[in-house]
Design a protein around this ligand. Structure first.
Ligand code: ZN
Length: 164
């Protein structure tokens, strides 16, 4: 397989990026610590991935991703009241606190405390970026063909051939 010249399916893309939400920089990576992902394999959020197709090394782009194609809309069913009796032992709830609790089925859920009453705590289990528009400034800093093993796994391996 020849080396790729543009972002396309099954190409390993090195991406420098800056993520801004509500005017605040949440995450960034420069050319030296660029994000590597396997294009077309759902390694990154779909709203960003589709905008990167066809870009070449050195190309930059600003991409705005709405919640539907980012981390989803805020779901009111993901906001739940938890009895203080079921609250993890030894933790004093505070508004804004982020913690993991178990649901009725014993699954771990990560959420934030929205409100506290005498006998219950209201928690928001939506992703922290749900309902938000994600603003990306991206630059393609490298492209290479994926190895057969990477294609089989659907993700990028490190320089030593192992998983990140
Ligand atoms: Zn793998």
């Amino acid at each position: 397989m020849s080396e790729p010249t543009a972002v396309d399916k099954d190409v390993v893309v090195s991406l420098a990026y800056k993520l801004t939400v509500d005017g605040e920089i949440l995450d960034e990576a420069g050319a030296e610590d660029a994000l590597q992902y396997l294009h077309g394999n759902q390694n990154i959020i779909p709203g960003l991935e589709k905008e990167l197709a066809g870009l070449k090394v050195g190309d930059s782009k600003t991409v705005s991703v709405g919640p539907e194609e980012g981390y989803g809309l805020t779901d009111s069913e993901e906001i739940e009241e938890i009895s203080l009796e079921d609250f993890p032992e030894g933790i004093v709830p505070e508004i804004g606190m982020e913690l993991e609790v178990k649901d009725e089925d014993g699954n771990d859920l990560f959420g934030r405390i929205l409100a506290i009453t005498d006998d219950s705590v209201t928690m928001d289990f939506n992703h922290p970026l749900a309902g938000k528009t994600l603003n990306f400034e991206v630059s393609v800093v490298g492209l290479r063909a994926a190895t057969p093993e990477e294609l089989a796994h659907g993700h990028v391996h490190g320089p030593d051939g192992h998983h990140h």
